[in-house]
Design a protein around this ligand. Structure first.
Ligand code: NAD
Length: 330
């Protein structure tokens, strides 16, 4: 099948070309994001393959459908960037990769927690310059602390297992009840209790109308003073301006982000020789207790291999008229 990929990087090409030897699709790799302006590049293709910051809104889907595209294959888990209702109206099918490596994201979450706590990023720079002072590097024992996880799906549970290993008490909030959470020893909690009792709060829920700006001035006010806040889910679950206020008042003492609401203009690109225009992002970067990574939680070789295999299998299933295991419906 002919598939055009948007937003590709060398590592995407490497894994997709390698795994495609088993599938035999005809792949075209493009660098631009999918948008209203670039959708025409998919002319004559049966499928497009897109990533987290590609935009498949109603307008874009209309252009794609008019050009003969039949399948939108997301090479990620989240699907908040696709207008599912419009896709259904246009007869476009949407598939995704629901699970590729929850461990990759959970382990990155814990990397953010450990780095913020023990300040290894600051220690690394100090020692390189011959500065062995410990002032300002003090951390706290994770053992015995309470971690609150919002979203207890695959990544939330993988994170819970690791944190249990550290000896944390783990509270969890989810709109669905997962039996596995009980087996791991996660204490199911309402959101207010989670905010009030957690030393660390980590988001693992999808971006939906219900979770948009879930972390806002009101929810931050309910948290423990000195809380650590971690987000590896989607940027818009957090109101960044409210978080900046929380950092200034020291209500939030540590912030770890792998995602950012306006990341589409920033992440995955080398902007080191440009002036970054996003003042909110630059204010976040100015705090020494904020650690930001550029949407790299998924980025392990194991995850990229799995993403390529599941995406190409989704495309083959569509081509052969099989039931779509990973279809996303409105
Ligand atoms: P999942 O579907 O297995 O789990 C999501 C959980 O969130 C489900 O249990 C669901 O019931 C729960 N949920 C839904 N709405 C909620 C709400 N309003 N409040 C609380 N919980 C709610 O998904 P997953 O594989 O664990 O991934 C979670 C999210 O992580 C994805 O949606 C995606 O946005 C993000 N993600 C980020 C990266 C990255 O590289 N940073 C990689 C993969 C996934």
């Amino acid at each position: 099948m002919q598939v055009t990929f948007f937003s590709t990087k060398p590592y995407d090409r490497q894994f997709f070309v390698q795994v495609n030897q088993e599938f035999g699709h005809r792949l075209t790799f493009l660098e631009p994001h999918l948008s209203e302006h670039t959708a025409v590049l998919a002319k004559g293709q049966e499928a497009v393959c897109i990533f987290v910051n590609d935009l498949a809104d109603a307008k874009v889907l209309e252009v794609l459908a008019a050009q003969g595209v039949k399948l939108i294959a997301l090479r990620c888990a989240g699907f908040n960037n696709v207008h599912l209702q419009k896709a259904a109206e246009l007869g476009l099918q949407v598939v995704r990769v629901p699970a590729y490596s929850p461990y990759a994201v959970a382990e990155h979450t814990v990397a953010l927690i450990l780095t913020l706590n023990r300040k290894t990023h600051r220690a690394y720079n100090r020692v390189k310059e011959g500065n062995f002072s410990l002032n300002g590097l003090m951390g706290f024992d994770l053992h015995g602390r309470t971690a609150g996880l919002i979203g207890l799906g695959k990544i939330g549970l993988a994170t819970a297992r690791i944190l249990k290993g550290f000896g944390c008490r783990v509270l969890g909030y989810d709109v669905a009840r997962h039996q596995e959470a009980d087996a791991i020893g996660v204490e199911f909690s309402d959101l207010d209790t989670l905010y009030q009792e957690s030393d660390i709060i980590s988001l693992h829920c999808p971006l939906t109308p219900q979770t948009y700006h879930l972390i806002n001035e009101a929810s931050i006010a309910k948290m423990k003073k000195g809380v650590m806040l971690i987000n590896t889910s989607r940027g818009a679950t957090i109101d960044a301006k409210a978080v900046i206020k929380g950092l200034k008042s020291e209500q939030i003492a540590y912030l770890g982000l792998d995602v950012y609401e306006e990341e589409g203009d920033l992440f995955f690109e080398d902007l080191s020789d440009r002036v970054i225009q996003d003042d909110v992002f630059m204010r976040l970067l100015s705090f020494n207790n904020v650690l930001i990574t550029g949407h790299q939680a998924f980025f392990t070789a194991d995850a990229l291999q799995a993403i390529a295999r599941v995406t190409l299998q989704n495309i083959t299933d569509f081509e052969q008229g099989r039931e779509l295991q990973n279809q996303v419906l409105p």
